[in-house]
Write a protein of this length. Structure first.
Length: 94
């Protein structure tokens, strides 16, 4: 039997606008990540989503990815009082 995917989309405020993170889960494991941002580094955020999806496909340790992403800061996020993290990467990693 083929597993059924369940998707969840989360929305976060960044220094450049809204970041949408959609995670597809199969058998209680994340299998794909899609990122969208309206304003800011759209191409970078989209490419990061593809890298994360590859990371998930090859079942690499998520804690290593989270550790790496948590090191990245963005001046726009730091200066924005409403931003929910230190960068888009930092938000994705949490």
């Amino acid at each position: 039997m083929i597993g059924e995917w369940q998707s969840k989309t989360l929305r976060y405020k960044t220094g450049c606008g809204w970041l949408y993170i959609t995670i597809d889960v199969e058998n209680n494991k994340p299998v794909h990540c899609f990122l969208q941002q309206f304003g800011g580094c759209t191409a970078t955020v989209n490419s990061l989503g593809r890298v994360i999806s590859d990371w998930l496909e090859f079942e690499m340790p998520l804690d290593r990815l989270q550790h790496t992403l948590s090191k990245i800061t963005c001046p726009n996020c730091i200066e924005c009082a409403d931003a929910e993290g230190k960068s888009c990467s930092w938000i994705i990693g949490k």
